[in-house]
Structure formats: C-alpha cells, structure tokens
Design a protein around this ligand. Sequence first.
Ligand SMILES: [Cu+2]
Length: 130
Amino acid sequence: MTKGGWWRNRIAAAVCASLLALILFANVQSRSAAASGSTVVVTMTDKPSKFVPETVTIKVGDTVEWRNTGKTIHWVTIGPPIPKGAQPFDSGSMAPGAVYRHTFTVAGHYNYVCVPHAGTGMIGTVEVAE
Ligand SMILES: [Cu+2]
C-alpha cells in the first residue's frame, strides 16, 4: 500500500466514525423525545375551591400541571396511600397565578389534597397507567 492510500483509509475511517456518531446521536435524540410525555392541566378554583378536573388519567412519564386560577392560596400535596416506589410531591403554598408541575414515573392511583381546603372537599385524583 502507498503512503497516500494509507491516509485515504484513515480519512475514510474518520468519516465512517463521524457518520456512526451522528446516527447514534440522532437515535438517542429521537428516543429522549419519545420518552418525554405529555402534560395535562388541572386548574385550582375558588368558590367552590376545587381541582378541575378532579380526576385525570395519564400515562407513566406524563406531567400534571396545576394552575392556581383563583384569588386565594391553594396547594397540592399527595395523600395516602402512596403507590409503592412513588416519589411524594408537595407544591407548598401556591399564590394566585402560581403553577406547579409533577411528572409521574410510577403507575398507580394517587390521591392529593389542597391543604387549606381539604376539609371542604378540595381533593383530586391522578390515575397513572403503565
Ligand atoms: Cu385550595
């Protein structure tokens, strides 16, 4: 093999490696795009203090976004029983206009309440399917 031929092979190998890296990168990108789920919105209202809708059904990897559309404080906190292996979540006190999101990574039935209005029935449910 000539010296020029050796270089051509090196360049060809580098081009192949670059193409392979590009293909792998594109593959990872498309997979991570597929893994990111959709978002479902639940509004938090006054008079009556409610989560709307009270029950949402989503899939593992989806996100629930709670929006305080009222003029008072609302709150989102998980209540028992917590599905096995699930991460507890708690928004803390949410001022009017505040938004809180939680992504569900474990299937199951989740109960949650608004801390100041649980007594008057401000409770909600998230059903997370596999
Ligand atoms: Cu509330």
